[in-house]
Design a protein around this ligand. Structure first.
Ligand code: SF4
Length: 363
């Protein structure tokens, strides 16, 4: 039973959320079906991406890979291409790897036991709860970012959520409706996404207003307590768009086990202290590909933020002078025409470089 709340109160709190969800819950494509594969794909896409961005990706993905088997049999490059633009590509690699594992070990059938689901790559406790409750109506709780915020306010948590995870999990476990866990979890997510929002929570529209401790104390906008923020590192990267005499461009494929693994990119690397961008690009290209280049005009600077750092990609047009290109710091290299670049999966920041190259060509 929920600490501090009698059983009847818990029943009432569950009912209030379920009634609210019935009336105000969002109509999302993955809620129209119970196929665990589709729900799994949606849960993974939603891990770091907003609903409105996910919907078209989700629909295209299921057209391209309608079943676990289709996904398992696809080439990783094709999978990464379908993911292009969603970011956090480890999610796509893990989906692919897990689909192959399911074909080999489960005959392509998504398991319905928590331990088995948790053993799949890319699936943690909250994702497992999301899948099992939505696909099989199992009473497995969730604790994603939205739910952490709602529950922290509901009990007026006096520390940042990361300092009270066991307590928040216990609360989520205690609250989940055992008869209707699917709708309860979906309702909890919707409450966080649409009413108990990060800024300006709409408490007057909230089914839990009467029982919410933060609201009753008038501190809902001050909660959850913020995590201690540390400055985000900023890396400057010199990037080379290397042309040969045929007008082809040299691209490389990143090592599979590194960040953005398996994606293609324009080669380059991090600026050392006291190094100019031109010096950096020349050095990196010699170290990573074993070739000599001439660094010419600046094309574009692309700023991009990842979870734990920011990068500025300072991109220069370069001319290939000599040496046999070798994949020293990458998996593979290719000379391609500008029009062929679209056939390869690139990280988001590199797509801006491709757009800039097309603009230059059209001028
Ligand atoms: S009353 Fe306000 S702060 Fe409390 S759960 Fe509802 S929306 Fe969030």
């Amino acid at each position: 039973m929920l600490a501090g709340l009698p059983g009847l109160e818990v029943v009432k709190i569950r009912q209030l959320l379920l009634l609210w969800y019935k009336e105000k819950g969002r109509d999302l494509p993955w809620r129209h079906q119970k196929d665990p594969y589709c729900i799994w794909v949606s849960e993974i896409m939603l891990q770091q991406t907003q609903v409105k961005t996910v919907i078209p990706f989700y629909q295209r993905w299921l057209q391209r890979f309608p079943t676990i088997k289709d996904l398992a049999l696809a080439d990783l490059q094709e999978v990464l291409k379908a993911w292009e633009g969603l970011g956090y590509y480890a999610r796509a690699r893990n989906l692919h790897k897990a689909a192959q594992y399911l074909i080999q070990n489960y005959n392509g059938i998504f398991p319905d036991r928590l331990e088995e689901v948790l053993s799949l790559p890319g699936i943690g406790r909250t994702t497992a709860g999301g899948i099992l409750s939505a696909a099989f109506n199992q009473p497995i709780s969730i604790l994603d970012g939205n739910v952490k915020r709602v529950l922290s306010r509901f009990i007026a948590l006096s520390v940042p959520p990361s300092k009270a995870l066991p307590q928040l999990w216990e609360l989520s476990d205690s609250l989940i409706d055992l008869e209707n866990p699917r709708d309860f979890n979906q309702g909890l997510m919707d409450l966080g996404a649409t009413v108990c929002t990060r800024k300006n929570p709409k408490c007057d529209q909230c089914p839990w207003q009467g029982d919410c401790q933060a609201y009753n104390k008038g501190i809902q906008s001050q909660l959850p307590m913020s995590e201690k923020s540390t400055p985000i590192p900023h890396k400057k990267i010199g990037v080379a768009v290397i042309y040969n005499d045929q007008g082809q461009i040299l691209i490389d494929r990143r090592p599979t086990d590194k960040m953005l693994g398996g994606l293609w990119e324009f080669p380059g690397g991090k600026l050392e202290p006291d190094e100019t961008v031109e010096e950096c690009i020349k050095r990196e290209i010699l170290e990573e590909l074993g070739i000599i280049i001439e660094v010419n005009e600046h094309i574009i600077t692309v700023d991009h933020a990842y979870t734990h750092f920011r990068v500025s990609l300072i991109v220069h047009a370069c001319r290939y002078l000599g040496g046999e290109p070798k994949p020293i710091g990458c998996e593979e290299i290719r000379w391609v025409n500008l029009d062929q670049l679209e056939e390869f999966p690139f990280p988001k920041a590199n797509i801006k470089i491709i757009e800039a190259l097309k603009l230059i060509k059209d001028c």
